[in-house]
Design a protein around this ligand. Sequence first.
Ligand code: ADP
Ligand code: MG
Ligand code: ZN
Length: 443
Amino acid sequence: MDNVTEKLLQCFGYRKFKSELQERAVRAIARGVHDVYVSMPTGSGKSLCFQLPAMLQDNKVAIVFSPLLALIKDQIDHLTRFKIPAESINSKMTSKDRDRVLNDLHSMKPTTRFLYVTPEQAATGTFKALIEHLVKYKKVSYIVVDEAHCVSEWGHDFRPDYLKLGNLREKFKSIPWVALTATASAEVTKDIMANLKFLQPVAQYKTPSFRRNLYYDVVYQNCIQDEIGDLVDFLKKNLKDDDNVKLKDKSAAIVYCRTREQTEDISSMLTKRGFKASAYHGGLKTSERVSVQEQWSNGECPCVCATVSFGMGVDKATVRVVVHWGLPQNVAAYYQESGRAGRDGKPAFCRIYYCRSERNAVDFLLKSEMGRSKTPEQKQRCKNAYKSFEIMVKYCEEVRCRHKTFADYFGEQAPKCGARCDACADPRAVQRALDQHLRRAMS
Ligand code: ADP
Ligand code: MG
Ligand code: ZN
């Protein structure tokens, strides 16, 4: 056992790292030579990547920027449970509390090991004076930017105050910085490095997007006689279970639809054809939504036809099929929604039933929205939305590895797909289907 694994057990009570990636990130941050960028999914233990290295530096404090007081509270409570002194300074605390924290941090041997602040707080005179003092006396172990996608206008949670953190990076060149996020397209990653002014070369630790157990394909609605019949076959074929499987572990499916009406229509058609399905959308009463989700989770109803509001907090491991009825909103959304399949690591199937006329409708909608936008920010947002839409159309209208589209989007090398998508498994058949689809769409 080396110093790092010893501290892991001693401070956090864990015998092992959660993943190899977590361990590598911890060790890189502990070396403290480079700025480090960590991108791993939610729940994979990103916090430990900086918390453990910070605990290896006695009498120093790590400054952590986090976007919300609620997140800050969670983190402080978590560390407090491990008896690690963590504090915050913010506008909500009493002046007595604040003085206590500031006095400790200004003392020769601060006991605080983690100081959590919002980026808004970072702009105040109190904080600026504090950080100057801490740096001057070499009391800062790391400066950490959590939820770093907030610094990017490509992210959905853009926070202008995050941009100012870049100035701090320039000012305090001797301290290693760490940025962490769960959402990271190639664009967002680029923005994070650039806007936070990270010093190159940045060490990057990223979970690859490729999930080998997921098979992706596209079916053109105008090329099949009976779309619902095709969907029923697809569901029946891929949701087979042995007799001895417990109800809650039974195979399940999600069919994502674009409208509320569609969720109702498709679920009732599936049910009529002998495949039990329920509808889920924002127009239902809360009690109805809860009951649909419960019946699906505990295995009573194998299939939900839902708008994209379904899925937050859904962690069913045995989802064998995720279907998108029509075009997903964009690549990021599609990766996330389809990624709810196969969490148990066993084979699962992700399919888009693509429809050209719907594509044209979305195209029209996005363009008219662009026409109506007034401010430069609105225009930029529309442009971004249109670009994302185009990538999704290309995904459906090109014979190209489906997994590679995701890898490109996340700025990774092409994965070794093998035959985990239709375009790699049988490119000629996909080309034939595409040709037929385009001929029919034009005629
Ligand atoms: P993220 O920020 O990536 O969403 P967190 O840092 O909040 O994830 O960690 C998620 C959970 O994983 C926490 O409850 C944390 O205590 C736990 N965890 C982190 N590292 C380990 C580990 N090495 N072994 C066991 N649990 C861990
Ligand atoms: Mg986190
Ligand atoms: Zn492929």
